[in-house]
Design a protein. Structure first.
Length: 281
């Protein structure tokens, strides 16, 4: 059975890439068409486009550091990382009739992370694989949540398997992966402290917090800080609320969050993963 490390650009999945060699390492990049979020290094924009198979890379709605993370990590492990991407975030919203994802409509991870990974799997492997997920030893709740979607330990998914005579896609459910959690181990459990300690002297650059800067899962206090540190990307999320349908969060919009005047200056260390909106794959 082929093994795959699912990489997010964070320290935990990167730890798995280094310490648990696999047949494949795959990373799904969130892209935007917004020139206001242009990745600043023109040469690296072309490098990323080449890694994505010629797909134009303008920028990402994650912290730009994630590009350096994946390039550094690839050098460190000495093995290829398959960079993949789906449609841009703007196109995702358009395909949903202008509706924004939210806690009640959580389709962004599906469209920009899961679907590209599943498409890649079908083209590259097309048989049940073991896919390692970066859940740490204290994150059994997340592992159990994913395990509830499995049948006999295997995850199924809907895939295009051909065309009808009329040219429409023919869909079928296929068994595609067995999720495993190498850090959740009775013999050698790995916790956040272990991960942080491991990366202290390693040549890999990491963002302060992983995943989309304006993720609606995030604590409003953290989103307010993002306005101060990544205003151009937060402006993208604000613009979507003006032109789209709905808001990212209930009972407040991102313009209101921007205008909060906090009495205390917060740092990224004041927040944990429960505030940061990290996605489980």
């Amino acid at each position: 059975m082929k093994t795959v490390n699912s990489l997010s650009g964070g320290k935990t999945s990167s730890y798995i890439a280094v310490n648990y060699p696999s047949d494949y390492n795959v990373f799904a990049l969130v892209r935007t068409d917004d020139k206001n979020c242009l990745f600043p290094d023109k040469k690296l924009r072309q490098v990323v486009s080449d890694k994505l198979g010629g797909v134009e890379f303008i920028g990402t709605l994650e912290m730009d550091t994630i590009i350096y993370t994946m390039l550094d990590l690839e050098q460190m492990i000495g093995n290829k990382i398959d960079w993949i991407t789906g449609i841009t975030f703007e196109e995702v919203v358009d395909t949903k009739g202008g509706w924004l994802p939210s806690m009640l409509r959580r389709f962004c991870t599906t469209e920009m992370k899961m679907k590209p990974i599943m498409d890649w799997w079908q083209k590259e492997i097309n048989e049940v694989c073991e896919m390692r997920i970066g859940f740490r030893a204290n994150e059994m709740r997340r592992a159990n949540s994913l395990n509830k979607r499995l049948e006999n330990g295997i995850q199924r998914g809907k895939f295009v398997v051909g065309k009808s005579k009329g040219g429409r896609n023919k869909w079928s459910e296929l068994d595609w992966r067995i999720p495993t959690y190498p850090l959740i181990s009775k013999e050698k459990p790995i916790f956040k402290y272990d991960i942080e300690n491991y990366w202290k002297d390693k040549p890999v650059r990491f963002a302060e917090i992983n995943n989309c800067v304006g993720c609606f899962h995030r604590n409003p206090l953290l989103l307010n800080k993002m306005w101060k540190t990544h205003a151009n990307k937060m402006e993208w999320f604000e613009k979507q609320e003006h032109k789209g349908k709905g808001t990212w969060k209930e009972k407040m919009n991102y313009e209101q969050i921007k205008d909060w005047e906090l009495q205390v200056e917060l740092t990224f260390d004041d927040f944990d993963e429960c505030d940061s909106g990290y996605c489980g794959l």
